[in-house]
Design a protein around this ligand. Structure first.
Ligand SMILES: [Zn+2]
Length: 304
């Protein structure tokens, strides 16, 4: 049995504990309010009057989730679903002249920086379909992915392996589970570099979706269903520089002449170019191509 004296002491001790706990709680609440207010003011101050790129850069550096440029709606972007429909003639062309520069197979530490410099010089935004293996090649390549993103270009998925060892399309048929795993790997590589909030819905198949149609790939319905489930849209092209097919190491003027011919009278041009290793001539042909398109009255937009 507890004696009265003991009970009183315990009672007094409890009161003391409650007082102490209340005091600690009060201190913590005040600290929280003050810190929160300060942080909010700081964030607001940063977002006011700072260019978009620098605020993205800041958020990258402090490791807060990044706002994906692919979700952001700005005047430079064009809806991927519309382009897909246009390419398959399912959408009526409105006649507006728009050029979409798309660069596949990067990043490369040799050509991508040159391409980015030229695009910056002309203040033009493009779309880069990146290969997972090239993203993860080294620290420099990862930095380039950040640069592509920070400079306002759109980023798309071009698989992780780029069909190395014919693992994606054995016997000319897409292996759907392997393919989906491969694009997931690139998505993860992008999230590792750009932050967990990054996502892209645009995809370019190695060889293009048109190759799968050409081979009458029996697994296409399965692929389509999977891409739809993942909200991914495949984007092909209607103009190519042939910098990766036919005669090797075409000169800048050879590439430009091919492009000019392919552009012809098309009003929407989705131009396939490559910024991977060894494609220096593509970078050299780019200023001439941009000047030509501008002269012909094309606007430049990215695909998102
Ligand atoms: Zn490719």
């Amino acid at each position: 049995m507890i004696k009265n004296g003991q009970a009183l002491r315990t009672h007094n001790q409890n009161n003391l504990y409650y007082l102490l706990l209340t005091f600690i709680f009060l201190i913590l609440t005040i600290t929280f309010i003050v810190t929160k207010d300060f942080t909010e003011k700081k964030v607001n101050a940063e977002s006011v009057n700072t260019p978009v790129t620098s605020s993205i850069k800041n958020s990258l550096h402090v490791n807060t989730p990044v706002q994906t440029s692919n979700k952001k709606d700005d005047k430079n972007t064009y809806d991927a679903a519309k382009i897909s429909a246009l390419l398959s003639y399912k959408e009526k062309n409105d006649g507006r002249k728009i050029a979409f520069l798309t660069f596949d197979d990067g990043p490369s530490t040799t050509v991508t920086p040159q391409i980015l410099d030229i695009l910056k010089q002309f203040n033009i935004k493009a779309t880069f379909f990146l290969v997972g293996e090239n993203i993860e090649m080294n620290e420099k390549s990862k930095e380039l992915v950040k640069r592509v993103f920070n400079e306002g270009h759109s980023i798309g998925n071009h698989t992780y392996s780029h069909n190395r060892g014919n693992m994606l399309f054995p016997k000319k048929k897409v292996n759907v589970p392997v393919f989906m795993e491969d694009i997931k790997k690139t998505d993860e590589a992008l999230k590792t570099v750009l932050g967990p909030e990054f996502s892209t819905k645009i995809l370019r198949l190695p060889g293009g979706y048109m190759s799968r149609t050409y081979y009458r790939d029996p697994n296409l319905p399965e692929l389509n269903a999977n891409l739809k489930k993942e909200n991914m849209i495949s984007i092909d092209w209607n103009v190519e520089s042939k910098d990766a097919v036919g005669k090797k190491n075409k000169s800048a003027s050879e590439l430009f002449n091919i492009l000019k011919q392919e552009i012809g009278m098309k009003s929407k041009v989705i131009i396939l170019l490559h910024d991977t290793y060894g494609k220096m001539h593509t970078a050299s042909a780019l200023p001439q191509l941009i000047e030509y398109l501008k002269g012909q009255g094309y606007e430049f937009k990215t695909i998102k």
